[in-house]
Design a protein around this ligand. Structure first.
Ligand code: LLP
Length: 452
């Protein structure tokens, strides 16, 4: 079941409610329209896949930091993956359990690490200087830090280079040849550090489950090496990165269960090498039971696959024009609210919210916003009926990396420095959005992007 469906008479609906009706009830445009039940369903798919395993689903807050969404996920028992001190503050404010939070990043600041150490969140160490800062933070906080080594496994995720992170020449993680240095450094600081796991994150929008398998095999070898030196490793963290069907082709992409089963099969092989004869019969039981039996817990860090398909950016058509051989649909949304097409040449599916009169001819359009540069497009060469001014048009799968990457460009979204009153979700002023339930008592979350 998916939240966005077409009714028999051709209207786009969200959980059965016409998007056109929602537009008529909101005086501002564009806005992000979310389905709360879809967020629950996506989370449940991960939870079902992990049933029986001691594990942490760490939602990567960077994908969407809307406070309502964070509160909802934390209530469901989700953990959080953080990449800044502000994300950590927001996560705690939203009710996430700090012992199910993981602090990541290649440029963590000392003051951010102090917050993390005080909060008791897991920290993924990324470099030599990062380890120095983590040790200092532990001393300042007077608390031992639970540490995971972020390994750079040199696995090609086969995605856009801007979202690939696990290749050996990327800025992230620790390469093989440095592993021993880190293990020695951890051993030398027993009062500050407790090494509890190994982490990797290959990249984002990954659509082949075999890529996770390759990484998991490598990671398990690393864990073997680390354990051989007397460390008690409890966690394998395989990161996030699962892709979604942006093209709406109905293609069968790996599901959360595929991802988990891949990782679990690797854990099972590791067990095979290590278990004693007493444990051998267990090898033939459920994979999950086996993983449980060998004392290695799984952490995953999904962002996009939890949140992307729960939301559309809803826009009004301002007008239609032709230049040279090109036809354009100009809408009120833009690269300021949804930058992925401009930044990564990403495809996000576009459609009109209401059926048009039979006379409206179909053409090939670029869908563009009002922003003052030609990078401002939401879709290129899309076959669409010619809409009238005022028609509703949605860009699908806008739940991940759209609102959180929105910019103040052209002041479509008002900036703090203008002195204008901002619409905010959180207490930190980081999110120029407002979010509340509509209609009263119904299962909706929406966020507005623009000032009047
Ligand atoms: N863990 C780490 C360490 C990460 O760096 C990321 C994303 C995630 C987890 C979550 O990955 P996901 O499951 O969402 O793929 N702005 C880009 C995506 C950048 C992803 C950055 N890291 C986009 O719009 O496609």
């Amino acid at each position: 079941k998916h939240c966005f469906t077409k009714s028999e008479d051709g209207y786009l609906c969200c959980e059965g409610l016409r998007v056109e009706d929602v537009m008529n009830n909101i005086e501002k445009s564009p806005f992000y329209l979310y389905s709360k039940p879809q967020i629950t369903r996506n989370f449940q798919a991960y939870r079902d896949a992990l049933e029986g395993l001691d594990s942490i689903i760490g939602y990567a807050i960077k994908a969407n930091n809307n406070l309502k969404i964070l509160e909802h996920l934390s209530k469901l028992g989700c953990g959080a993956v953080l990449v800044s001190g502000n994300e950590l503050r927001l996560a705690l404010h939203a009710g996430f359990d700090p012992t199910r939070c993981i602090f990541n990043g290649n440029g963590k600041l000392l003051k951010e690490l102090v917050l993390a150490a005080q909060g008791g969140v897991f920290v993924n160490v990324d470099s030599e200087f990062d380890l120095d800062n983590i040790i200092s933070a532990a001393r300042i906080a007077g608390k031992k830090v639970n540490l995971l080594l972020r390994i750079n496994p040199d696995v090609d995720p086969q995605v856009h280079p801007y979202v690939a992170t696990g290749n050996k020449n990327s800025k992230f993680g620790i390469r093989n040849e440095k592993l021993q240095w880190f293990l020695d450094a951890v051993k030398a600081h027993p009062n500050e550090l407790k090494l509890v796991g190994a982490h990797c994150h290959l990249g984002s929008t990954i659509t082949k489950v075999g890529i996770f398998w390759d990484a998991a095999v490598l990671m398990v070898n690393y864990i073997d090496q680390i354990r051989a030196q007397g460390f008690k490793i409890d966690y394998l963290n395989i990161g996030g990165g699962l892709g979604i069907d942006y093209y709406h082709t109905g293609a069968v992409l790996p599901s959360p269960r595929d991802l988990i089963d891949t990782s679990c099969r690797v854990l099972l092989n590791l067990t095979k090498c290590q278990v004693t004869s007493i444990l051998k019969p267990i090898l033939y039981l459920e994979v999950r039971e086996l993983v449980l039996s060998r004392d290695l817990n799984l952490i995953i860090e999904p962002g996009r696959s939890l949140i992307a398909n729960t939301c559309c950016l809803v826009n009004h058509v301002t007008g239609v024009k032709t230049n040279g051989t090109k036809k354009f649909i100009v809408i009120d949304g833009s690269m300021a609210e949804l930058i992925r097409p401009s930044l990564y040449d990403a495809y996000q599916h576009i459609e009109l919210v209401s059926p048009l009169s039979p006379g409206a001819g179909i053409s090939i359009f670029d869908v563009v916003g009002p922003v003052c540069e030609s990078a401002d497009f939401l879709g290129k060469d899309r076959e669409l009926p010619t809409p009238a001014p005022g028609a509703g048009l949605v860009v699908h799968d806008a739940g991940a990396y759209c609102m959180s990457m929105a910019s103040t460009y052209n002041l479509k979204i008002a900036h703090l420095s203008t002195g204008l009153t901002l619409e905010t979700t959180g207490p930190y002023g980081a999110t120029p959005l407002r979010s509340e339930a509509i209609p009263a008592g119904a299962n909706w979350v929406f966020a507005l992007t623009q000032k009047d």
